[in-house]
Design a protein around this ligand. Sequence first.
Ligand code: SF4
Length: 370
Amino acid sequence: MSEIKSFAKTLIIWQGQAGRTGLPWQGQKDPYRVWLSEIMLQQTQVQTVCERYRIFLERYPHLASLAQASEEDVMALWAGLGYYTRARNLLRCAQQIQQKYGGEFPQDALTLATLPGIGKSTAAAIAAFCFLERTSILDANVKRLFARLYGISEPLNLTKTNQQLWGIAQRALPASKTDMPQYTQGLMDFGATVCKPSKPRCLEPSQISHCIFQTHCQAYRQGQVDVIPYKVKKLQSPIVLSEMLLCIAQGKVLLEKRLSSGIWGGLWSLPETSWQRVDQFKEGQRAKSSFEDFQHILPNQLETVFKQGQLFAPRKHLFTHRTLYFSVRVLQLKKLLPKLPTQYVWQPISGIDQLGLPTPVKQLLIDLVI
Ligand code: SF4
């Protein structure tokens, strides 16, 4: 397979003329800011990240301030961005850099990739932008670009295909390390705005030759743009049901701190039944629940109150690998519940929206009590 001549040079010129502008992390040399933007941009849209990046930096303007933060505060600030493991790793990584490297980021991609939450591509982005290392990023956008340019029709998740793409990406680098920031930015911009997952520029009817690589691109030449990257057929995501319990008493709501591992780990949520998987889902179906599911928090004399609790229609929440339908049972209680396990806390309704809550639970509380 022949290399595309002057790929790096062409991309750098394109970036200067047509790349994205105005993103708050662009042109950054500060590894803390580059790292933060890279982590936030994983699985979250650019528009959402722009606002949240600014807020995060106001609260934690440098690594030392983040390293001293509590997990609870970081989780609260991260709420709504999803994929909460990123937030926990962000904190662990800041603490490790503080303790092991005296608060300074390591300057090479290999060492950076040993830190919590920093994968090979993120490490390369930090090393290239901040320390001018000649090393390539290879996120989903860049994989797609190289797969199309080189007509690679095998699934991208195969180890063999991945190694092939890393090789291509490394050989495509500019000769001079001073070009690394603009080249890396060019790769990101090109994948996000030209060689997009659907409707890449070359397939837009109104655009005549608006991709700078059109004459070299194997996928384009072979009419394979629609099928590269090869899409692995997704299995239908499993459906799970749950019932949450919303106990309200004396202007407070009973919340549970979830374990730090697992879905919504470390966030505040409502007590709920276990998640019940269903094979045949019918619209409106709700989780099976009984008083026993909540007996660890509800005393026996509340069984009748529980059974008479107001039931609300199930709400839907999509995760990447499953769909949750959660219903809610509301109990208006006269007194706060006594002798609760330590992970349960009565929170005043007035400050509840400041806590780290999963987005659908927060919305539910906004709709029903706040
Ligand atoms: Fe992507 Fe199309 Fe350009 Fe090929 S020709 S690199 S598929 S935009």
